[in-house]
Write a protein that binds this ligand. Structure first.
Ligand code: CA
Length: 233
């Protein structure tokens, strides 16, 4: 099997150098970029599986660059940020970053996250993940990862949102814990003050609420998790 290829997008030379060493020691193929332009070049020249991107870059910052990655569906994305305040922005992106770490981070933690995301991406290619599910006249297509509303509007949903929604639907009527959801989305465990799941649910609800007279489909079960209450066909 070919080694997964990681692209590090970071303008700080020392950090970039350390990240390269870290991932090469783990057996990955590693490429580097320092800004949006060189990132684009690397993406065109190499079959990149995972991008690890610092938010603070010269020129376009990482948040803007992430929007340009949306076409590449099988690409994982982990953000590095120095500020907690960036986290909601990261999670709110259309692309739905797969995960994030705040600096200074533990190198082991980063390699574990990277491995989890890469395994999530390869699993997404499996057949069961590509099912077409219909509920309350919505159609969720796992092949294209697009959702069609009862009115015919089509919305592309990021991998994390897709996986969370699928898990909720598969367990319709039952409580799915935040831990189960984060595990399904990122392969990792829930951390303290982890807003990833809640932001993801908020985004899913927003899709549903875009339809006039929408019925609530995801219940919050305080202190436990969420429950899908739509009717699955
Ligand atoms: Ca930087």
């Amino acid at each position: 099997m070919q080694k997964p290829h990681i692209l590090i997008v970071e303008d700080e030379e020392v950090t970039r150098f350390n990240l390269r060493n870290l991932f090469e020691a783990e057996g990955y193929q590693v490429s580097e970029a320092t800004d949006g332009e060189s990132m684009e070049k690397q993406l065109q020249q190499n079959a990149i599986n995972l991008v690890i991107m610092d938010i603070n870059l010269p020129g376009k910052n990482g948040l803007l660059l992430a929007r340009e990655l949306t076409d590449n569906r099988e690409l994982g994305l982990i953000f590095l940020t120095g500020r907690d305040s960036d986290i909601d922005k990261i999670l709110g992106l259309e692309i739905g970053a797969d995960d994030y770490l705040t600096k200074p981070f533990n190198p082991r933690e980063l390699t574990i996250r990277a491995r989890n995301i890469l395994s999530r991406i390869s699993q997404t290619k499996s057949d069961s993940d590509k099912a077409v599910i219909t509920f309350n006249q919505w159609v969720l297509d796992g092949n294209s990862r697009k959702m069609t509303s009862p009115e015919g509007g089509v919305v592309a949903i990021p991998r994390g949102e897709y996986r969370a929604l699928r898990l909720l639907i598969e367990n319709a009527g039952q409580i799915v814990t935040r831990q189960q959801l984060i595990k399904e989305m990122t392969g990792r465990d829930l951390r303290s003050n982890d807003r990833t799941v809640d932001v993801t649910i908020r985004r899913l609800r927003k899709h549903f609420e875009s339809i006039e007279g929408a019925t609530e489909m995801i219940n919050t079960i305080h202190g436990e998790g969420y429950r899908f209450i739509g009717s699955v066909d």
